[in-house]
Design a binder for this molecule. Structure first.
Ligand code: UD1
Length: 362
């Protein structure tokens, strides 16, 4: 038996790990263990995803909870080190770019336990983003680098990573989207999606510290959304970090936005499918909208997912709220830029990962 440990912690990890776990469970000789660090712990940020994605219950929850970067990363390291020493896995798989990713990778590197990074090689080239630090460090110490797109391979080679460690596998998040789209659309048809609208609407998510922790920026974004809301309803499921910031913000007119609690995977996917425009600062949503062919306006200066701009439907509007307004108008007037599907975003990335993992541990 080969022991594989998967590390998940924050919301965007769950939809990436689910298809890899499923693909590996169909292979002989693989004993899998799922460790949740507890970085995200609310029912709406974690449990609902386990249910909807069909993820097995974690074998272990490290229950680290929230904290500063050092506290969160340090706690995960301290608690996971004991587990790793105990279990002595043949391979630990880490996902994405959150604090849980880098913390677990660092523990393994020091214990001489092999680490595979799913979603390796992405770079925003913006080191003020905590995720960029997590990406750079994780990729330097990982033994298997599983990239979603060719730009990832190029970045890794440039940083001196040995080519034989790098494997272009495609986008696992899209595996989950492909699998669960029918269920999401069925919920929509049955009227089970709470925010369902028959007419045009804008779907919004924001949670990056650079947008929501900066009061002036947050006020400008909110006022721009209210202006867009004069054309179409704005549906805005609010991340807990953003909820805290908004509660302290005196924003006239904010009641005109439909600020709702974070929603589950299926409802959010259905809302993306039918949205006229998506406005976001999330990484994963830039990819999902590209796959769905839905226009996406990203409130960031840069992206670690440039393929969503070069091939997909993503436009970076930066911090320029005039630009957000005018791009939203253009899209609501019916403009959709030409787009195509990035290579290997075909719903089969996790099968390719399973092939590589099986090969690696044998
Ligand atoms: C984390 C990731 C980010 C990812 C995002 C997705 C890092 C550095 N950041 O950011 O890359 O895009 O998850 O959501 O790993 N909170 C709750 N309930 C929860 C979790 C968090 O209320 O279940 C609140 C806490 O007050 C916490 C704050 O949200 O302090 C931020 O949570 P944290 O995990 O530190 O970072 P995110 O902003 O969620």
């Amino acid at each position: 038996m080969h022991r594989i440990v998967h590390i998940v912690g924050a919301r965007p990890n769950f939809m990436k790990a689910a298809p890899v776990i499923a693909s590996l469970s169909a292979r002989d000789g693989m004993q899998q263990m799922l460790v949740h660090t507890g970085q995200h712990y609310d029912q709406k940020m974690s449990d609902i995803f386990f249910q909807q994605l069909g993820l097995p219950q974690p074998d272990l929850n490290l229950e680290v909870g929230s904290g500063s970067h050092a506290v969160q990363t340090g706690q995960i390291m301290i608690r996971f080190e004991e587990v790793a020493q105990d279990v002595r896995p043949d391979l630990v798989l880490v996902y994405g770019d959150v604090n849980s990713t880098v913390a677990a990778a660092l523990v393994c590197a020091k214990l001489n336990i092999s680490v595979g990074h799913v979603e390796a090689g992405l770079r925003s080239f913006d080191r003020t983003m905590p995720e960029e630090i997590n990406r750079l460090l994780t990729d330097q110490i990982a033994d298997l680098l599983l990239t979603p797109s060719a730009d990832g391979n190029e970045n890794l080679i440039r940083e001196g990573v040995a080519p034989e460690k790098i494997h272009l596998v495609g986008n696992v998040m899209i595996d989950t989207l492909v699998r669960l789209s029918p269920a999401a659309l069925e919920r929509w048809e049955r009227g089970q999606v709470a925010e369902r609208r028959d007419d045009a609407y804008a779907l919004v998510t924001l949670h990056r510290p650079s947008n929501v922790d900066d009061e002036e920026m947050l006020q400008e974004i909110v006022q721009t959304l209210i202006a867009i809301g004069q054309r179409v309803p704005v549906i805005f499921p609010v991340h807990p970090r953003t909820r805290q910031r908004l509660s302290k913000l005196d924003a006239p007119g904010i009641e005109r936005l439909n600020l709702i609690e974070p929603i589950g995977y299926l409802d959010f996917l259905a809302l993306q499918h039918h949205a006229s425009v998506v406005i976001t600062d999330s990484g994963g949503i830039q990819e999902e909208t590209t796959f769905l062919g839905v226009p996406c306006l990203t409130v960031r200066e840069n992206t670690e997912r440039p393929i969503t701009v070069s091939l997909g439907t993503n436009t970076l509007v930066g911090r320029d709220m005039q630009r957000l307004r005018s791009e939203a108008d253009r899209v609501l007037d019916g403009y959709v830029r030409p787009h195509e599907l990035p290579p290997l975003w075909d719903g089969k990335a996790s099968e390719r990962i399973a092939d590589i993992v099986v090969d690696y541990v044998r």
